[in-house]
Design a protein around this ligand. Structure first.
Ligand code: TYM
Length: 333
């Protein structure tokens, strides 16, 4: 029965706690998909080293993300949950795939150019080949679908290109072309409430799913607003659009419509809108946070989940890797 299910693979880097961008862009989809697909959800700890190579931060970070996955509703009896570095096959796959990835195209990747601009003193080769490692994560499982936020769509396209290029070069159909997956419509971008384009660690504007009530309220209250609307049905500025975007994510349609009507007739009070958003964020995050503390403290359980996930992931990867080695000409005498 399991063999008939489509395969889903996705991951989140282990850099501190998960924020609402990770949750709405990725994790929420993971939880929804685990009932219907054969799922591999992992913690990308190799990827985190490209920007955060501090050994003291690595283990606590991996542990908290694993606990957050579980607290958000990932079930190890339904989905294979593993830590990237527990699957050494990925490194071999990455090495082999690197031979078909071109430096020119890697240098043009939006996320690479962005990281170079933000951190010109740490332009390591891992950063350059980040999309190849990501492609290895995906292609080694022959994944059909990959739930990701909008910022990862280019990386996913590259994974597809590598699959096509490899298959074409070796006259094979071994590698599957993965497609992005979101429950509704297109991959999303959760904005920052500071008026910036996106919520993200390097943007320093995150609301974490582990933030307590006071912190969430404080962060939302600080959201950028302006003097609009000054006349009925006027165009909405970007910071206000961001607030409404958030409202749509966390509140009911009825509440959203109510605030939109208040915007349109200029009776809106941003203080009320912000409290509404903060309250509705907390409705989503509080149960996760409460479960998180208990799970984080349970080392035996976390180790068991990770070991079980690693075993399943390794078995899945070994099959593809074995075929890949043969296709590329690695044979015994
Ligand atoms: P990371 O940790 O940067 O992001 C993890 C997931 O969260 C999504 N995301 C967002 N979605 C919407 N709005 C936002 N503001 C926002 N911020 C983050 C990202 O799109 C992503 O889906 N490179 C991956 C990790 C990875 C991976 C993979 C993912 C490594 N190998 C293989 C899928 C398949 C990443 O961006 O992590």
């Amino acid at each position: 029965m399991d063999n008939e299910k489509k395969i889903v693979l996705s991951g989140i880097r282990s850099t501190g706690h998960l924020h609402l961008g990770n949750y709405y862009g990725a994790l929420r989809n993971f939880v929804e998909m685990q009932n219907d697909y054969k799922c591999f959800f992992f913690i990308a700890d190799y990827h985190s080293l490209t920007t955060q190579p501090d050994p003291a931060l690595l283990n606590p970070s991996v542990r908290s993300i694993l606990a957050e996955y579980l607290a958000a509703g990932l079930d190890p009896d339904k989905a294979n949950i593993y830590i990237q570095s527990d699957v050494p096959e990925t490194c071999e796959f990455y090495t082999l795939l690197n031979m078909h990835a071109y430096v020119g195209e890697l240098e043009k990747t939006v996320s690479f150019k962005d990281k170079v601009r933000k951190n010109p003193n740490n332009v390591n080769a891992g950063l350059l080949t980040y999309p190849v490692l990501m492609a290895a994560d995906i292609l080694q499982h022959r994944a059909d679908f990959v739930p990701v936020g909008k910022d990862q769509v280019q990386h996913l396209e590259m994974a597809r290109n590598y699959a096509v290029r490899f298959n074409h070069f070796y006259h094979t159909d071994l590698l599957k072309e993965p497609r992005p997956f979101v429950a509704q419509g297109e991959p999303i971008k959760v904005p920052g409430l500071d008026g910036s384009g996106k919520m993200g660690k390097s943007e320093g504007n995150c609301i974490y799913i582990n933030d307590d009530d006071k912190t969430v309220i404080k962060k939302v209250k600080k959201a950028v607003t302006d003097m609009t609307p000054t006349e009925q049905n006027s165009p909405m500025s970007d910071p206000i659009k961001n607030l409404f975007y958030f409202l749509q994510l966390v509140s009911t349609q009825e509440i959203y419509d109510q605030y939109l009507a208040a915007w349109n007739d200029c009776s809106i009070r941003y203080g009320d809108l912000k409290m509404q958003i903060a309250t509705d964020i907390l409705k989503v995050t509080t149960p996760i946070r409460e479960r998180y503390n208990e799970i984080y403290a349970d080392s035996d359980y976390l180790n068991k989940v990770a070991a079980q996930g690693a075993e399943a992931a390794r078995e899945s990867c070994r099959k593809t890797l074995k075929a890949m080695r043969e296709i590329m000409g690695f044979k015994h005498f």
